[in-house]
Ligand binder design. Structure first.
Ligand SMILES: Cc1ncc(C[n+]2csc(CCOP(=O)(O)OP(=O)(O)O)c2C)c(N)n1
Ligand SMILES: [Mg+2]
Length: 363
């Protein structure tokens, strides 16, 4: 099965603790201990198939988005999620969609698809069409769905973490029982506002799960070149936030961590920090030639750690046939083509849309 792409053995060892239950140290490490005791979520055959379909939908959707970008149909920035699919699916499949909120950065198409939002409206948003989820005015980086309590899609690195703290405060203030899932990258993890948010979230025991999607790079900078502490799951320790070190290339491990973290937050109130070790196969954005890493490095991840291939293996071991899985892929490819056709044939927003959703004076 897919293994953590980089440093799992080292970090797993480091997070072990011999402290007695009840001590501060134990509280900080107890979630990791629980995760390691049985790291893969015991999914039913239906759930497993659903995870497979959802991850494959993200993969095929992103491949198509890359093609449309190449054809000049997508303007502005476009950051693909290929390689990281297990993170969004593993976590978001465990949410209570009636109560919980989600916020992330600009690499956000996969998080939208994880909600089951119609691929047509996501592709229409990417191509700047009226039928897009933000009426074509947000584009790739600014997806948003209040209906699903998905609060974006943010282009300012790290800003979503503080906004996520605000969402968590609103869950607590309104006593709605919800939690906020706030995703950010390894690069964003070095921002000052992240630690201000950690402090307040822990002090006020806000219901928030911070998720660092450690895809090993921030634009062209490898984590080891930018981060004094590359074990990102430890970064909450100074604020008494329990950390979890998770293999982000295995959807069942991510889901398992989500179950433990969400339960902890719902029962105890306070924040949890999850580091998902993952890898992005494509460049930072569509304009990145990715010269800062070797082809061999990428190939090694694709060949030996791919989250979709990993789950496929588990499904086959559980009795699913190769033919059935091929048929699923075929159906997903045609669903994605349909979304692209829909987007391409949809009208652009009308000129009067320039004057809607614009904040003037006070609100
Ligand atoms: C405040 C701010 N600084 C710099 C940038 C430019 N920038 C965009 S993405 C990025 C790298 C972020 O890397 P990471 O947090 O690891 O996320 P990833 O792209 O890997 O998902 C930078 C520096 C920005 N958008 N906002
Ligand atoms: Mg990164």
């Amino acid at each position: 099965m897919a293994q953590s792409p980089s440093k799992s053995a080292k970090s797993r060892k480091s997070s072990k603790t011999k402290d007695a239950a009840g001590s501060d140290e134990f509280a900080l490490h107890s979630l990791q201990e629980a995760h390691e005791a049985s790291p893969r979520y015991d999914a039913s055959p239906e759930e497993m198939l659903q995870f497979y379909e959802q991850m494959l939908l993200i993969r095929r959707f992103e491949e198509k988005a890359g093609q449309l970008y190449g054809l000049g149909l997508i303007g502005g920035f476009c950051h693909l999620y290929i390689g990281q699919e297990a993170v969004a699916i593993g976590l978001q499949s465990a949410l209570d969609n009636d109560r919980d909120s989600v916020i992330t950065g600009y690499r956000d198409h996969g998080h939208m698809l994880a909600y089951g939002i119609d691929p047509n409206v996501i592709m229409a948003e990417l191509t700047g069409r009226q039928a897009g989820i933000s009426r074509g005015k947000g584009g790739s980086m600014h997806m948003f769905s209040t209906e699903h309590k998905f609060y974006g899609g943010h282009g300012i690195v790290g800003a979503q973490v503080s906004l996520g703290g605000g969402l968590a405060l609103s869950h607590k203030y309104n006593e709605d029982g919800g939690l906020c899932l706030a995703y950010f990258g390894d690069g964003a993890a070095n921002q000052g506002q992240v630690y201000e948010t950690f402090n307040m979230a822990s002090l006020w025991q806000l219901p928030i799960v911070f998720v660092i999607e450690n895809n090993q790079y921030a634009m062209g900078t490898a984590v080891s070149r930018s981060s004094a502490e590359t074990e990102f799951h430890r970064r909450g320790t100074a604020f008494r936030i329990p950390g979890m070190d998770v293999n982000g290339m295995d959807v069942l491990e991510v889901r398992n961590a989500a179950e433990i973290a969400f339960k902890h937050v719902r029962e105890n109130g306070g924040p949890v920090l999850i580091e998902c070790n993952t890898y992005r196969y494509r460049g930072h954005s569509m304009s990145d030639p990715a010269k800062y890493r070797s082809r061999e490095e990428v190939k090694e991840k694709r060949d030996h750690h791919d989250p979709i291939e990993g789950l496929k293996k588990t499904l086959i071991e559980a009795g699913k046939s190769e033919e059935d899985l091929k048929a699923i892929d075929k159906a997903i490819r045609s669903r994605v083509s349909e979304a692209a056709d829909f987007a391409e044939s949809s009208p652009e927003p009308e000129a009067r849309e320039l004057y809607t959703d614009v904040l003037v004076e006070t609100y």
